[in-house]
Design a protein around this ligand. Structure first.
Ligand code: MG
Length: 134
């Protein structure tokens, strides 16, 4: 075995995590980094949008529905009109489970809609599923 065998594997992709709850960001960031994804963190809708509009690659976005400055649905709508992110998969995360929000997320072009508390295992599975379909 050469010295190169010890180098970390390349990241599986870059994921934007936008949520105003630090606890949720920490859970998601730890989960995704352990699964060898790169994570970009945003604590509100404005930060999320700044990252979306930056040249940094984003392969998938997890957007909290209720965030200060812009909601997950607003960020999703901006992404769908953005030249580089019109087809970037989005998962909307929410504490509320109302069908109208689910409907808005899915008709707005979200790939999926998950209600907190979510199963980390299921979320990871879903992310891998979505990224492998690309
Ligand atoms: Mg929130």
């Amino acid at each position: 075995m050469g010295a190169d065998d010890a180098s970390p594997p390349p990241p599986r992709g870059s994921i934007l995590v936008a949520d105003d709850e630090p606890h949720i960001r920490r859970v998601l960031t730890t989960l995704l980094r352990n699964a060898e994804f790169q994570v970009l963190e945003a604590c509100d809708g404005a930060e999320a949008w700044a990252l979306v509009d930056s040249p940094r690659p984003i392969d998938l976005a997890i957007l909290d529905l209720m965030m200060p400055k812009a909601t997950g649905l607003e960020v999703l709508a901006w992404m769908r009109r953005h030249p580089r992110h019109a087809r970037t998969p989005v998962i909307i995360l929410t504490a509320k489970g109302q069908d109208t929000d689910r409907q808005k997320a899915l008709s707005g072009g979200a790939e999926d809609f998950l209600t907190k508390p979510f199963s980390p295992k299921k979320l990871l599975l879903r992310i891998r599923e979505i990224l492998s379909e690309r």
